[in-house]
Design a protein around this ligand. Structure first.
Ligand code: SAM
Ligand code: SF4
Length: 339
């Protein structure tokens, strides 16, 4: 571990943005097949292509040495990766020493009942749980077979273990648009913030995404019929714009990729489970870290590769609402890059 709390180099891109946030996908696999995220018959990567948990930990440590102080573990479903707790355990000393200000997780919640206490013990304090519907039938349809109660139990366990929970829901016309308001009420009663996400054109899934696309301007208007929403300066260092909900004291966030509002302040990069570093969720330029890692690169050499990659971080993505009907604008699935 690098005990020096001053980064050896820091990561600043050509547009002056500091990169301090790493989203780490630990698997492309998932126990769900959410219809906006994956095709029903997904082909997953051969296991030999995946970085080992030790390799993931080593690269993360190199990023921490470069000033990254927030790491989000994601996937696919991160908690289905065998022995994934050893990665949290390996990163927890960085949380304890303060070089990592936040170690967090995005999960579908199915395995929280099993892992919530261990996550807390390893320094995790906040988690995002994806939940697109509070109706058992709709939930089963969206996830293609998921059990709502398992996720609700997982969320309760996480909360009881001391983890702050934020709920993420993709707004889907004709699927959950009629229950966004009651979901906000449900989350608010329990003290959970709710973030709504516009579906993004990632990975080819047929025409489903276009037909269910719902703009968050519309979702906000729906919520404002039942709730008093006022602008909030709150930020979690992520792309969501927040509004305060007067009746619940919680917040509702909006992630609207098409509006470009999250590019100007983008502080993040994404590492896939195969060691490919993407500088932008919505662009294909990438750098491979697995080969140098497996060729025996030193930490210094890995640092150089990362620093060079950051010089290529683009100004923004090219998602375009008017091109939704063209299908995927980014070929890889969100589950490959890590949401
Ligand atoms: N399996 C975990 C989960 O569902 O939270 C973590 C990975 S998932 C890819 C991360 C987030 O990306 C989820 O909140 C999911 O709803 C969102 N997501 C997946 N595909 C998306 C898409 N095409 N557009 C917008 N959000 C998407
Ligand atoms: Fe799995 Fe998450 Fe994608 Fe749903 S959104 S299929 S839970 S990776």
């Amino acid at each position: 571990m690098n005990n020096n709390s001053v980064p050896l180099k820091s990561l600043r891109d050509p547009f002056g943005r500091s990169v301090t946030y790493l989203r780490l996908s630990v698997t492309d696999r998932c126990n769900y097949r959410c219809n906006y995220c994956m095709a029903e018959d997904m082909t997953f990567l051969p296991r030999k292509d995946l970085l080992t948990l030790e390799e993931l930990q080593r690269i993360t440590a190199v990023f921490i040495g470069l000033g990254v102080d927030k790491v989000r573990i994601t996937g696919g479903e991160p908690l289905v990766r065998r022995d994934v707790m050893s990665l949290f355990e390996g990163l927890s000393p960085y949380v304890a020493e303060g070089s990592l200000k936040e170690l967090t997780l995005t999960t579908n919640g199915t395995l929280l009942e099993k892992y919530a206490h261990e996550l807390y013990a390893n320094g995790v304090r906040r988690i995002n749980v994806s939940l697109d519907s509070m109706d058992a039938y709709t939930f089963g349809e969206v996830t293609r077979g998921g059990d709502l109660q398992t996720v609700l139990t997982g969320i309760e366990t996480a909360s009881a273990a001391g983890l702050a929970v934020k709920i993420n829901a993709v707004a889907l016309r004709g699927i959950n648009d009629g229950e966004l308001s009651s979901m906000l009420g449900w989350a608010g009663e329990r003290g959970y913030d709710l973030t709504l996400i516009e579906s993004m054109p990632m990975g080819e899934i047929g025409d489903c995404r276009q037909s269910h696309f719902m703009s968050l301007d519309e979702a906000r208007a729906v919520l404002q019929k039942d709730w008093t929403l006022t602008a909030s300066e709150h930020t979690t260092g992520g792309p969501a714009r927040y509004m305060q909900v007067a009746e619940t004291g919680t917040r509702v966030g909006f992630i609207t990729p098409y509006s470009h509002n999250f590019c100007e302040s983008c502080n993040r990069v994404r590492l896939t489970c195969t060691g490919t570093l993407y500088m932008c969720l919505g662009q294909d330029d990438a750098t491979d870290l697995r080969q140098p890692l497996r060729d025996g690169a030193s930490d210094d050499q890995l640092r150089d590769v990362i620093v060079e990659a950051i010089t290529r971080k683009p100004k923004g993505h090219d998602f375009d609402e008017t091109r939704l009907q063209d299908g995927a604008q980014v070929i890889r699935f969100m589950s490959t890059t890590g949401g």
